[in-house]
Design a protein around this ligand. Structure first.
Ligand code: GLY
Length: 408
């Protein structure tokens, strides 16, 4: 979202440093009936039609569309962790189409996420502000967007504990025994800090992001390179107290979206720091995901790789969308053979998501684009539904893939 290379890419200036190489960009295309450029164009047309529907639905009510529950649209307020994805998708539609109407809508909904700037009660400010304000700043250079992002970064680092070397994810829940919970998802919020360090020339943001990534690298991963969802720390000593799950099938299981957040997070941190251990971790997570024996043939994972109900378990299209976007970036940092493999896998996922199995029929799915995402299965919430962040990372991945194609 805040990747400085994206502007160059959107001007079709493709360099190795920016993470995308032409070589083997079309791996996997030979067997496919529909050229990938046509798939992408069709997807953006479908996205525009769906999001016109979604915009019309929210026109006269407050909030941001998040999902559908029992056929009814669910909207959330500006302090929900998913609030920024709707304006973020509107910015991606503007980027994809150049149609000013998307910009007008994106500006309107980005402004509505402003209360997140000063919300010290959660770690998700990278998602909440980066998706709307981050893309808005990248595409418009509006200085007010820069100010909003810097305010959010300043708020986010108030949750950093130097003893632990990490940013606390959630405030303590009533009756929980945790003392300092950190979830793997939190890797995603570091992009805001890396951007802020550059924008404000303030190394503290970068130091905190690197400390957090290093601590997560030490404590979140298992010998098979899968990750725990939540590590709880002692805030006085920094010692690990527990490794558990909240959104996965079991403490020791591999929640699909958690693996996707880790993959995306370490790829992004490698882009920002060039620390080889981050690239190595991203590659290990990629291998875990891509080679998993319980990954279905269409490459869209079950919501958790270890659900005992597999093959009768729900999928998570959001995990696939995040993974495909991350792999397209990761492909720019590795040798040609690995790059071809990552791109081919990402393209396979995107072709699946672009099929009628996952892509909504016009006017269906409450106006969202993708079907079959899973938000919080253990809580019985958002199972096999559309989710705004599945759409957001799908659109991002399509833009990333489109940028690798020869100009027409
Ligand atoms: N915490 C973000 C997620 O549900 O993936």
């Amino acid at each position: 979202m805040l990747d400085p290379c994206r502007k160059m890419l959107s001007r079709a200036t493709k360099t190795f440093a920016c993470g995308l190489v032409f070589a083997a960009a079309h791996a996997g295309q030979a067997q496919a009936a529909e050229p990938i450029a046509a798939v992408i164009a069709r997807d953006f047309q479908a996205a525009a039609a769906q999001y016109r529907t979604l915009l019309a639905k929210v026109q006269d009510r407050p909030g941001f569309p998040r999902t559908v529950d029992g056929g009814a649209l669910v909207t959330v307020g500006p302090k929900d962790w998913t609030a920024g994805f709707f304006p973020g998708s509107l910015w991606y539609l503007f980027e994809a189409t150049g149609d000013q109407r998307w910009k007008t809508a994106a500006v309107r909904y980005t402004a509505q996420t402003a209360p997140a700037k000063f919300d010290k009660s959660q770690h998700d400010l990278g998602f909440m502000l980066g998706s709307g304000y981050g893309n808005g700043y990248r595409l418009t250079n509006d200085p007010a967007y820069r100010d909003a992002l810097l305010a959010g970064a300043t708020t986010l680092i108030t949750r950093f504990n130097p003893k632990v070397g990490a940013i606390q994810s959630w405030d303590l829940w009533p009756n929980s025994t945790w003392k300092f919970p950190v979830i793997v998802d939190n890797m995603m919020n570091l992009e805001l800090l890396m951007w802020a360090a550059r924008a404000a020339n303030e190394p503290r943001y970068r130091e905190i992001a690197i400390a957090h990534a290093d601590t997560t690298l030490r404590n979140h991963f298992r010998p098979d390179d899968s990750s725990y969802h939540l590590v709880d720390y002692d805030p006085q000593t920094g010692a690990v107290r527990a490794r558990v799950t909240v959104q996965g099938f079991a403490d020791a299981s591999s929640w699909a979206r958690g693996q996707a957040w880790g993959l995306y997070g370490y790829t992004m941190m490698y882009r920002e720091t060039r620390k080889p251990e981050y690239l190595a971790q991203a590659r290990r997570i990629a291998a875990f995901f891509m080679d998993h024996p319980r990954l279905p043939p269409d490459a869209i994972p079950y919501w958790d790789f270890d659900d005992s109900a597999i093959p009768n378990a729900p999928r998570d299209a959001s995990a696939a969308a995040i993974t495909s976007s991350a792999l397209l970036e990761l492909a720019g940092f590795v040798d040609a053979a690995s790059a071809a493999r990552y791109r081919a896998f990402a393209e396979r996922q995107l072709r699946s998501l672009s099929s009628s199995d996952y892509l909504a029929a016009p006017g269906d799915n409450g106006g969202f684009l993708l079907k079959h995402a899973t938000g919080h299965k253990p809580a019985g919430k958002e199972i096999d539904v559309p989710l705004n962040y599945a759409d957001y990372y799908f659109l991002e991945a399509l833009l990333r893939l489109r940028a690798t194609l020869p100009a027409r």
